[in-house]
Design a protein around this ligand. Sequence first.
Ligand SMILES: *Cc1c(COP(=O)(O)O)cnc(C)c1O
Length: 479
Amino acid sequence: MQALSHLLDAAGADRYRLAVADGAQRVARRITAAGRPFTGISPARLADDIDAIDLDHPLGDTTAALDELDRVYLRDAVYFHHPRYLAHLNCPVVVPALLGETVLSAVNSSLDTWDQSAGGTLIERRLIDWTAARIGLGPLADGVFTSGGTQSNVHALMLARDEALDRFACAADQLRVFASEYAHFSVTKAAKLLGLAEDAVISVPGTADRRMSPEALQRSLDACRQAGLVPMAVVATAGTTDFGSIDPLPRVADLCRRTGVWMHVDAAYGCGLLVSRRRRLLDGIERADSVTVDYHKSFFQPVSSSAVLVRDRAVLRHATYHADYLNPKRAAEEQIPNQVDKSPQTTRRFDALKLWLTLRIMGPDAVGALFDAVVDLADAGWRILEADPRFEVLVRPQLSTLVFRFVTAESRADAANLYARRAIAESGEAMVASTVVDGRHYLKLTLLNPRTTVDDISAVLDLLAQHAETYLGSSLVAA
Ligand SMILES: *Cc1c(COP(=O)(O)O)cnc(C)c1O
């Protein structure tokens, strides 16, 4: 049977090696040649090409399929390695991690049970212990890899919910979660998935530097109790998605400890500080009950690579269910390390291998140096923006984002900023993000590429200003 030749087995090993080398060759060529982060192609044009492909008639040939892929994907992909990709929290990825990706997908271990993984399970456990030690969670800490920060937040809040239900003898709809107004929207999604009340997430006002106000948190907690409701968790964000601002972790920890409330730290973005010379920005994180880390943001890992960590491994039991066909109770009694006992997922990738090879080849200090470089860059960018009368910049960054807007006396400033963002993306010259702050449209640079320079930032600001001016000029003519 001809189809057998496509399997990765003893007979297919050579074919596998050549196919992967072919694919890597194509990617390397595009990465080398990319003069812009994006070609600016429209969804409609690309959809025509992709829709025209007949999936029931294979090309039968690796080279032909890669040629086609080059045309419908690689040519017009958004390239995060490009120094002028400045939009979302996507990092350029390190080669040791890509090596890990190649190995892990070929061996295809599944980390749910020891008998589908063996060494992969122990490697993941070492990395969880390593991360927990960097955080300082103490001797009982544990955790598990997840698909991303969203899943980590859902998982952590599920544990917090079940602990609260156990301890406070209340109903789920009485539980409230406190997060700053700048927290990630996955906190709200988590509350929904966890069956909490519609209004379960209480938005705590921030201070001028866009960090949670501890006084406001105290007031919100008091008001909650007075209303007969039960505080379930406080989510402190260590690196908000928009501002990179870090909530005052020691103050939040004091309040949580005093009132017996679960403290979750969402460090999806800020976790890179764990290996940086700015580690002290995370002081207080060691007092958390649970922590989210996204290695695929500030550890320069490919998607997916994330983890949830807990102070007390006993709480992981809330995700423990036994199935006779997979992880019978007897296996737990025999202390067979089945990671599925800790995770809501079953079949699960060995994503930890990417971080493992990164640490074994580069080491943590090198990863931290990459993150420090972008934090330094953001500070330099802030100084440029502060001195530039064309723009208004909101806060001096703690991490690596810059939120700013083109200023104009005209009432069309919002539209001009939105236009500038779209125009620069359509030109493909650079990618920047946008957000809304206090009801007004802002532009945002998320700096995660250590190859980006201050000259890149200046050039992108010039382009944005030109587009905004073009918009205002043409709208004057039109008016
Ligand atoms: C990115 C982000 C998340 C979500 O992480 P995903 O990996 O995209 O699911 C959660 N919290 C914060 C603060 C983030 O920046």
